[in-house]
Design a protein around this ligand. Sequence first.
Ligand code: CA
Length: 220
Amino acid sequence: MTHKSLGLSDALYRYLLSVSLREPAVLRQLREETVLHPLQMMQVTPDEGQFLSLLVQLMGARKTLEVGVFTGYSSLAVALALPADGQVIACDVSEEYTAIARRYWQQAGVAHKIDLRLAPALDTLDALIDEGHSSSFDLAFIDADKGNYLNYYERSLQLVRPGGLIVADNVLWSGSVIDAADQSDSTNAIRRFNKVLHQDTRITLCMVPMSDGLTLAIRR
Ligand code: CA
């Protein structure tokens, strides 16, 4: 089974999935293939993928951004929820992991909706800003290297439209954010990210204890 949401017992998480998960077969296949991967903990949980697809539908999103693709579960969930002319611009640096993603995007018939940019995400985001994409995205999902979260956030805030949504994953970092003994770079970066957003008056903010912790920030 995929790792549970923080704070839920395994049994309660299984129950939650049993009465709410509506996972398309192609997403289930991708999840099951990724579970065998040594970095499988980087995969979003299925309830989180379903939540992202609900947000896409709720917002009537057409153009979304993803920072951190890995094997493609979240981008596939989002692409399946987008309208036929919807678009995901997806940033990652790994040819190897995104090869798996591409295979499933093809299989699901949504590859035409996903524009994969294989480059450091900051370069891609800066290029998008230079190319005039500011204030044009409905939603941005940030799930990549934690040390750059604030950098990804600042650029995403520029790229989403007013009323657009930024979703950031792993903001509770397996609970290590409250472990004072954990002073690793990633943990400190997440703590700093959470503190900065709490004080940021440019956004409407909510933190959801789903999966490994999700921050939702609407650009005002
Ligand atoms: Ca993640």
